[in-house]
Write a protein that binds this ligand. Structure first.
Ligand code: HEC
Length: 331
């Protein structure tokens, strides 16, 4: 990436400005010639800020790294046919069969310019407030002791009911309103701890081994995502960002938890002590577990998250092996 972003227009401009100021400044300084002139260091150095440029036509680097200590390269050691791999990736992104319900694809949440523009049933109560014992899980009928001047909210900003299955309006935004947006210490006029997330699947448990064409799941009462005891789809604690150009991201997800290093199993790279892939190293055909560490692969680290998530795409307890089996059955 850095290689492609090596034009530093802002610093150059800053230098030009600094030079101009220095020239203008000189005659002024000489007017004080009677006193010894202390020459200040010209201009403090400005850190280089790369300008944004088009990524058109650029490709992300091919991931490479180690498998059980031996050096590997994604394209020579794992991928036989690049165009076929690209097709498979695109198919996976759009395939609704990946979802346990047969109707949830990656693209369900990443449909609109790679992001999520759906407005119904998108609210999540916020990670800190999913305890069913509090009087209201959605909205915020209390004040947070750690936020000075916090106000309770019994509705959304537009006065709507909020919560599961709610139809969001433009006037529900922003979700935190200050009397003076330029002064963070000004009075809070409205604040909710609810989050506009991305709706996924219904609360259910995966049942083995009766897995034919569709996943067998048992729905269970959802204590949070329900209206009058009837389950609605669950919604994530954050809103789906665009996937466009995500392959260029050093890390992925809002908090960067999709690691740059792909371990072949989970989003967490080298930090996941249990991650590994099974390989057969000799003719015995016995597979042994080895660690994989592929650099420049945060999009892969990201992609192994949602398919097994009981909020996003899966009935709870479904493994990647189950998903693979299902996809084979679907052929
Ligand atoms: C239920 C909705 C949902 C589904 C289905 C879903 N995602 Fe996402 N996606 C999200 C949300 C929400 C985030 C942000 C999560 C976070 O940052 O914690 C996200 C983040 C991402 C990002 C990170 C982008 C960035 O700039 O950091 C990528 C890439 C991505 N998803 C690709 C996929 C792929 C590939 C699939 C299918 C295997 C998928 N998503 C399925 C909701 C979804």
């Amino acid at each position: 990436m850095v290689k492609y972003l090596s034009l530093f227009r802002i610093p150059r401009f800053t230098c030009a400005m600094a030079g101009a100021l220095l020239v203008i400044g000189l005659p002024v300084a000489s007017a004080w010639a009677a006193d010894p002139v202390v020459v200040e260091p010209a201009v403090p150095s400005v850190p280089d800020v790369p300008t944004l440029q088009s990524l058109r036509g650029l490709l992300p680097p091919d991931p490479s790294g180690t498998e059980g200590g031996r050096k590997v390269d994604l394209m020579t050691d794992y991928v036989l046919n690049r165009p076929a791999a690209v097709l498979l990736g695109k198919a996976l992104f759009w395939d609704m069969e990946i979802g346990s319900d047969g109707s949830t694809a990656c693209a369900s949440c990443h449909f609109h310019a790679g992001a999520d523009h759906r407005t119904t049933n998108q609210i999540n109560p916020g990670q800190a407030n999913t305890n069913a014992n509090v009087s209201s899980i959605f909205n915020k009928p209390f004040t947070a002791s750690d936020i000075p001047g916090d106000v309770p909210t019994y509705t959304t900003k537009s006065g709507g009911k909020g919560g599961p299955n709610y139809q969001l309006k433009k006037s529900d935004f922003p979700t935190h309103v200050l009397a003076n947006p330029l002064d963070r210490n000004s009075a809070i006029l409205f604040s909710t701890d609810d989050v506009i997330g991305s709706q996924g699947v219904f609360d259910a448990n995966f049942v083995k081994p009766h897995q034919a064409r569709f996943d067998k799941c048992v729905q269970q009462p959802d204590g949070i995502f329900q209206v009058g005891g009837i389950n609605v789809r669950r919604s994530t604690g954050r809103n789906a960002p665009t996937v466009i150009n995500a392959a260029f991201n050093v890390r992925n997800f809002w908090d960067g938890r999709a690691n740059n290093v792909f371990n072949g199993f989970s989003p967490f790279g080298n930090r996941d002590p249990d991650a590994g892939i099974f390989v057969t190293s000799d003719r015995s055909g016995v597979a042994t577990k080895v660690r994989l560490a592929l650099k420049d692969a945060s999009a892969a680290s990201q992609a192994v998250g949602p398919p097994g998530s009981p909020v996003e795409m899966s009935c709870g307890g479904r493994t990647f092996a189950d998903i693979g089996r299902r996809m084979l059955d679907t052929l």
